[in-house]
Write a protein that binds this ligand. Structure first.
Ligand code: NAD
Length: 250
């Protein structure tokens, strides 16, 4: 059997990589986010960078942890009304998964109506270091209390921006919980029957980075080096498990 390894997303990493937004091509962006991103000022930073590059913005900040279909439907409405050619997710895994849901259902609706669907460029900016959703091709949506997974290459972000300054104000509990997610994703990828040399390499490096940096980050969430490395680990674990998951492979 032949193996396949795919990473669709272009990844920018490092402190201040958010500034890459000034170079994004487009005319109008729909930003999916939450109230925490607004409160911490990250949403304003993103809006300013986009507007500086000539891109106007519409914003949805209603995402809640473990988003349900109502949240996706609300965000979809904002996206439709915006006529955006850029879809941007700013937040944790819940925000990125909501934006993926928007993309998935917008295309499905167009197909059902037999209307053309022009895919927006999809940018994911994670504000937690845990899910790796910025590079995976699936979205976890809560339906009637159960988590449902939508899997489609189409919803994998085109661009992921890992600017670790966005995780500077994460509470310690979230740092640790999400750090454990990184380890889990890496280990699941490593023991998967679909693991390859490529996914193993990413999983091994992710585990190494978590062991070397998560404890430091717990004691000093402002440590820039540890923040950067744990965020890279999260993304690498996402790359590994989106390619090595045993429950789905195409
Ligand atoms: N699609 C995927 O590849 C994938 C993989 C694993 C998990 N998930 C899903 O991701 C979700 C969990 O995502 P998560 O762990 O990133 O948490 P989250 O997105 O649910 O956020 C948790 C809380 O942290 C807050 N927060 C986020 N960033 C912050 C910051 N920088 N500073 C302060 N507070 C901040 C949020 O506002 C929220 O209240 C779950 O729904 C899970 O099922 C998706």
């Amino acid at each position: 059997m032949n193996d396949i390894f795919v990473i669709k997303s272009k990844v920018y990493s490092g402190e201040q990589s958010l500034k890459k937004l000034a170079e994004i091509q487009g005319t109008k962006a729909c930003i999916v986010s939450d109230l925490m991103m607004e409160k911490l000022g990250y949403l304003d930073q993103v809006v300013d960078l986009l507007q500086g590059g000539g891109i106007s913005t519409s914003v949805y900040t209603g995402v809640k942890p473990d988003p349900n279909v109502s949240v996706v439907a609300e965000a979809l409405q904002v996206y439709w009304e915006s006529g955006a050619d850029v879809l941007l997710a700013l937040g944790g895994g819940s925000v990125i998964d909501t934006a993926k849901g928007v993309l998935y259902f917008a295309r499905q609706y167009a197909q059902e109506k037999d209307e053309p669907f022009v895919k927006p460029s999809f940018i994911a900016i994670p504000s937690t270091s845990g899910t790796g959703s910025e590079v995976t091709d699936f979205s976890v949506i809560t339906v009637d209390g159960d988590k449902i997974v939508i899997v489609d290459d189409f919803i994998a972000p085109d661009i992921a921006i890992l600017d670790s300054t966005l995780t500077k104000q994460l509470p310690n509990k979230i740092v640790v919980d999400t750090g454990m997610d990184v380890l889990t994703h890496a280990l699941e990828a490593y023991v998967s029957t679909k693991a390859t040399d490529f996914t193993d390499a990413l999983a091994e490096k992710a585990v190494q980075l978590v062991f070397a940096n998560l404890e430091t980050l717990y004691h000093d969430p402002a440590d820039p080096e540890a923040r950067n490395r744990v965020q890279n680990a999260s993304c690498m674990a996402g790359m590994a498990f989106t390619n090595a998951r045993s429950w789905y492979h195409s």
